[in-house]
Design a protein around this ligand. Structure first.
Ligand SMILES: Nc1ncnc2c1ncn2[C@@H]1O[C@H](COP(=O)(O)OP(=O)(O)OP(=O)(O)O)[C@@H](O)[C@H]1O
Ligand code: SF4
Ligand SMILES: [Mg+2]
Length: 380
């Protein structure tokens, strides 16, 4: 074994030892009884349903620490849809798994920041980062529910749709009789546009098409009238015509149930149609955020501009050729100490060699983390 190999093996052993220490610390923390005073908090703005504040979520792996979420801050106002966009691996799903507190443990851990949730039903606000799992069980499904990309990850193939829907309803509404629960489940199936609701109630997941299954998953997510719905690529696994139907359904439902939606997608078209606010993520950070008008009419971060160009017919889309941003996302185990977009950016200025740019407000709603975009605004 040569010296370089020995050095590498030594480093790997150190990483494993350090990770084992962190896993033990997490195990110990999970056994601790957490008093309410540790997780009760106050919303910065009571009109928000969710406030993510300087969130850090890391994965302690054998090859090193993956800084999946590296200081993310954004808000979800009550009754509004916030679209989270960015390339594959930028941390969209890990953000939602952090909110739900369903990260793959012990590797995945929230290491810093707050996730404030406005628990309207309890008339209080809680910091989900510190909330004990017992309380989280009530929050999940009852107040925040999640729609995943692939409906079969949510549906159990061996139980009927009715049984699974009933279970979701019962979990958070103990006072209902069996008959009332079944009626509620069937009314949810009708709400999501399933014509033969009584029939589907008795069917198994494999008897339904992909689009129907996703409607069922949406019905399950709505069963307890949550205040926040997190939809992670809810239409990506469906074919194009069904995608449009499911998006129409979500938009229609949002108005009916007055819930907030955190919509995760890599499709800017979906965001333009559905969202009130947009958060653009890159390599575990937010690089630009604003209203849907801010982002689509006045995009300023070179990465956002690149995303816009990579969609045909938006901003100078030339012919039918799809623009793709040259270069790659930096390795999340070894992130640079300057702007993460530096190696792909064609608009660098001298300041870009400095530390990662701070988030600068361009207007009341529009913010960007880019030296050039901030400077341009000051000069104008
Ligand atoms: N269980 C895990 N162990 C180690 N690293 C992980 C794990 N889950 C996610 N990551 C890493 O965290 C980063 C963010 O991943 P995430 O799944 O949030 O991306 P995403 O934006 O949802 O991408 P996509 O559009 O492909 O769904 C990636 O670098 C990913 O490799
Ligand atoms: S800070 Fe500089 S390198 Fe980073 S996106 Fe802005 S112009 Fe490009
Ligand atoms: Mg994802």
């Amino acid at each position: 074994m040569n010296t370089a190999e020995k050095e590498r093996n030594k480093r790997l052993r150190e990483v494993k030892k350090e990770n084992a220490r962190r896993y033990r610390a997490l195990k110990k923390e999970k056994k601790r009884k957490i008093p309410e005073s540790e997780y009760l908090t106050r919303m910065k703005d009571p009109d928000n349903i969710l406030e993510i504040d300087n969130l850090h979520t890391f994965f302690y792996t054998d090859v090193g620490t993956v800084r999946a979420i590296d200081g993310v801050t954004f808000e979800v106002p009550r009754g509004k849809t916030v679209g989270i966009v960015g390339e594959s691996g930028c941390g969209k799903s890990v953000t939602s798994l952090s909110v739900m507190r369903i990260l793959q443990e012990p590797q995945g851990q929230i290491t810093g920041g707050e996730i404030r949730f406005n628990q309207r039903k309890e008339n209080r606000a809680i910091n989900l980062v510190k909330t004990p799992q017992k309380v989280m069980e009530k929050v999940r499904g009852g107040e925040i529910s999640m729609i995943f990309q692939e409906p079969m990850t949510t549906l159990n193939p061996v139980f009927t749709i009715g049984r699974q829907l009933d279970e979701a309803v019962e979990l958070h509404s103990e006072k209902m009789s069996k008959k009332e629960v079944a009626e509620h489940s069937i009314s949810m199936l009708k709400l999501v546009g399933i014509a033969n609701a009584e029939g589907v109630y008795k069917m198994y997941p494999h008897e339904l098409s992909g689009g129907m299954r996703q409607r069922v998953v949406i019905a399950m997510a709505l069963a307890c009238s949550p205040d926040l719905i997190i939809a992670d690529e809810p239409t990506t696994a469906l074919d194009v015509t069904i995608q449009a139907q499911i998006l129409d359904l979500l938009r229609d439902l949002k108005n009916k149930i007055n819930a907030s939606i955190m919509l995760i997608t890599h499709d800017l078209g979906v965001v333009a149609e559905m969202a009130d606010y947009v958060v653009v993520m890159y390599a575990g950070r937010v690089v630009e955020q604003g209203t849907v008008q801010d982002i689509f009419h006045n995009p300023t971060h070179p990465y956002t501009l690149g995303l816009m160009k990579s969609r045909p017919n938006i901003l100078g889309g030339e012919g039918d050729r799809l623009y793709s941003i040259p270069g790659n996302v930096p390795n999340p185990v070894d992130l640079p100490n300057y702007c993460y977009f530096h190696n792909r950016c064609d608009q660098c200025i001298a300041e870009c060699d400095g530390p990662f740019p701070e988030m600068v407000a361009l207007s009341k709603t529009h913010k960007v983390a880019c030296y050039r975009a901030a400077k341009k605004e000051v000069q104008e």
